[in-house]
Design a protein around this ligand. Structure first.
Ligand code: PLP
Length: 409
């Protein structure tokens, strides 16, 4: 099945749902069992079934299975937010004394998390992830993982996943890719050699901004038997599910960041139109980028789909179907950026990305406000920078709104 057909039909068994094309919402905290033996068997993972929604729920399973197929992985675990998915992925691998090598242009929440981890004795080297030598030089004997985003936010630099995967493999460490800004519509990181992929499904997967959620997908191919990862030995019997088994019987259960069944259901609905929405949003982004580039070159539009942007060549060989739906521009000063924002009538002033509606934000005064000026500069957050997340409106209406906001005196 092709992309959009698979989103609607792949793996869907209508017999399990009495013919309902959508899975039911099991809006329950816990599950009754016919006998004490049955209950014990489920607790011990000897029998399939559910006990408690923090640990598992059929609606969550339906959502996780759809994401696993979408990302071409071995197994997925859903969480209450993208940040919960990232925290769980990382904490399942690193412990006190370990190190992480990550992109210097990470999503703000992830950047703050990695800084928070210092209090647990876990340190992170933030590097130019597009530069193989910088990545290699940052890796030490204590490095346990490489973390990058397919499309950096708001730098919009596209990561060479194949290159990073080679580096990770040479050092026997896993590569985690946050695919939120790209989605499987543009690339399946596991197919390019990543070991674990994260999606903040609050964004494009949900698509309407109706629920916060995140999901982690394990490719099932990383060799956890290496002496670098002794804590995984006890889970080696689970084969390609080694990582997922450690996660599910560890932090996923114990930190308690479970997704609500209703929110999983909202995401399942969103997933059905992911391909259509991504196509339209990416087309809109390219059209707006081209319009800005030809009519307002002074605004220095940054979009990976434009020839001449720093990672355009990586984008061409890494992404298919488009270049993402986010672009940035530089207004010249913070005041001018605010003026453009305030004049917009259609585009929403919202901190999100990946909504069906077009959204704008000034990252310097909001998302990155806790960063030092040096941190902002190195992650591409300039004081006059505006980030636009394109929605699926008619492109002409978005361009008209930007035109009146930029060209009014
Ligand atoms: C939004 C976002 C996250 C965090 O997701 P939440 O669902 O808001 O916790 C992580 N990574 C990227 C790239 C994001 O855009």
């Amino acid at each position: 099945m092709r992309f959009n057909t698979a989103l609607l039909h792949d793996g869907v068994d209508l017999k399990e749902t009495y013919g309902s094309t959508l899975p039911p919402v099991y809006q329950t905290s816990a599950f009754h069992h016919g006998s004490a033996e049955e209950m014990a068997a489920i607790f011990e993972h000897r029998a399939p079934g559910y006990n408690y929604t923090r640990v598992g729920n059929p609606t969550l399973t339906a959502f996780e299975n759809r994401i696993t197929r979408l990302e071409n992985g071995a197994a997925s675990v859903a969480f209450a937010s993208g940040m919960a998915a990232i925290s769980n992925a990382v904490l399942t691998i690193v412990s006190s004394g370990d190190e992480i090598v990550a992109s210097r242009g990470l999503y703000g929440g992830t950047y703050y998390l990695f800084k928070d981890l210092r209090t647990l004795g876990i340190s992170t080297s933030f590097v130019d992830i597009t530069d193989r030598r910088s990545v290699e030089e940052a890796i030490t004997d204590r490095t346990k993982l490489i973390f990058a985003e397919t499309i950096g936010n708001p730098s919009l630099e596209v990561t060479d996943i194949r290159m990073l995967s080679e580096v990770a493999k040479a050092h026997g460490i896993p590569l985690i890719i946050d695919n939120t800004a790209a989605t499987a519509w543009l690339v399946r990181p596991l197919d390019l050699g990543a070991d674990i992929v994260i999606n903040s499904t609050s964004k494009y997967v949900n698509g309407s901004g109706s629920a916060i959620s995140g999901v982690l997908t394990d490719g099932g191919k990383f060799n956890w038997k290496s002496p670098k990862f002794p804590e995984f030995a006890a889970f080696a019997k689970f084969g390609r599910f080694t990582f997922t088994a450690k996660l599910r019987s560890g932090f996923a259960r114990d930190l308690g960041g479970c997704l609500s069944p209703m929110n999983a259901f909202l995401n399942i609905i969103g997933l059905e139109t992911l391909g259509l929405r991504m196509k339209k949003a990416c087309d809109n982004a390219l059209l707006l980028a081209q319009w800005l580039n030809s009519n307002h070159p002074e605004l220095q539009v940054n979009y990976p789909g434009l020839p001449g942007t720093r990672t355009h060549d990586t984008a061409l060989k890494t992404l298919s179907n488009g270049f993402g739906a986010i672009l940035t521009l530089r207004a010249g000063s913070r005041e001018k950026a605010f003026t453009i924002m305030n004049r917009l009538k259609l585009v929403y002033r919202i901190s999100n990305i990946g909504d069906a509606r077009t959204l704008i934000i000034h990252p310097g005064s909001t998302l990155a406000r806790d960063n030092t000026p040096e941190e902002r500069e190195s992650s591409g957050v300039y004081d006059d920078l505006l980030r636009i997340s394109l929605g699926i409106e008619d492109a002409e209406d978005i361009i008209d709104d930007l035109r009146q906001a930029i060209e009014t005196d």
